[in-house]
Design a protein around this ligand. Structure first.
Ligand code: COA
Length: 324
């Protein structure tokens, strides 16, 4: 029997209308446009409206991706959403998107891998589509991180933004998704986390507020090392030489982290898709949104070799090598 692959047949994204610039943030906390730009590479980010949820953004991105792929909601038979900011504890965002699209009767779920959520979701969906267990999968990364940010904390509030990106995966005789690589290491749980949930604590107390907590400097160092090792592993597994990737589509966390990963791969920054300046760090949404930007503006074309990678709280990290 010939091996089957999954391939991306459509991409989409959805960003909230409201834009928060560095200048806006300088009115809110003791920071400056110059500090944010030079330390992170971010100039602006989109922030969800008060009544806009992760599911709203996920639905918008999913509809665009299906339109490009030329598939109707009824054609979908697998749905997975990477998110750490679900609308509610349950139903999961996958079920909520199903309800919006008027479809059901197949597996729909969300998975929590922080900023690596989309890479994890893509890898899971790839296992189903390439093994013939699903025919058309919707894979979404969607976040409303603005809801868990302390807007008085200058060390975190300047970094994050909201948005969603989606792809449709379909079976193909040729790659497609060539390989995915997932990793996690829970020993770093205290460097980047959100202290509230359901079984630990649900109400704010004086010690720890219900906001994202990050030791930025330490996260930076581990992120660089782990991303270097995952891109090395991806290249080695596929017998690829440095410089053979057409486009690097990295998680958009920090310009300096991305530059170091590109250097490791022997790639110039012209070959790296950057959306950080306009979107900030949108966690699980950042990689699929960057892919969609590059497909729509004509940089990424059919046949190009893409390397997607991400790193996030947990820590989790991962990569996907894709012949687009
Ligand atoms: N504006 C102005 N000053 C700020 C500031 C802001 N928004 N945020 C922090 N500072 C100050 C700090 O208070 C500190 O001041 P001090 O020296 O007087 O104590 C100084 O800037 C340096 O802080 P530090 O945290 O060491 O800065 P940094 O160079 O490490 O940059 C990050 C901070 C967060 C930009 C950087 O660590 C980073 O990007 N880390 C990775 C984070 C990440 O990618 N997270 C997501 C992973 S998915």
């Amino acid at each position: 029997m010939t091996k089957m692959y999954s391939r991306i047949s459509g991409t989409g994204r959805c960003l909230p209308e409201r834009i928060l610039t560095n200048a806006d943030l300088a009115q809110m906390v003791d920071t400056s446009d110059e500090w944010i730009r030079t330390r992170t590479g971010i100039e602006r980010r989109h922030i969800a409206a008060e009544d806009q949820t992760t599911t709203d953004l996920a639905e918008g991105a999913a509809r665009q991706a299906m339109e490009v792929a030329g598939v109707a909601p009824g054609d979908i038979d697998f749905l997975v959403v990477g998110t750490t900011t679900p609308d509610v504890v349950f139903p999961n965002v996958g079920c909520l998107v199903q309800e919006r699209l008027g479809i059901g009767g197949f597996a729909a779920f969300s998975l929590e891998a922080a900023c690596s959520g989309f890479i994890y979701a893509l890898s899971v969906a790839d296992q189903f589509v390439s093994s013939g267990k699903a025919r058309r999968a919707l894979v979404i990364g969607a976040e409303t991180l603005s809801r868990i940010i302390d807007w008085n904390d200058r060390s975190t509030c300047v970094i994050f933004g909201d948005g969603a990106g989606a792809v449709v995966l379909e079976p193909s005789d040729e790659p497609g998704i060539i390989s995915t690589h997932l990793r996690a290491d829970g020993q770093y749980k205290d460097l980047l986390y959100h202290p509230y949930g359901t079984s630990k604590k649900q109400q704010a107390d004086d010690d720890e507020q219900p906001f994202l907590q990050m030791k930025g400097n330490e996260v930076f160092k581990v992120a660089v090392r782990r991303l270097e090792s995952i891109v090395d592993e991806t290249m080695a597994t596929n017998n690829l030489e440095r410089g053979s990737i057409d486009w690097l589509i990295p998680h958009q966390a920090n310009l300096r982290i991305i530059q170091l990963t590109a250097k490791r791969l022997g790639m110039s920054m012209e070959k790296v898709i950057m959306t950080l300046r306009d979107h900030g760090n949108t966690s699980a949404a950042s990689v699929p949104m960057a892919l969609d930007v590059a497909v729509r503006d004509g940089r990424v074309n059919r046949g190009d070799l893409l390397l997607l990678e991400a790193f996030g709280g947990g820590f989790t990290w991962g990569s996907a090598l894709i012949r687009y």
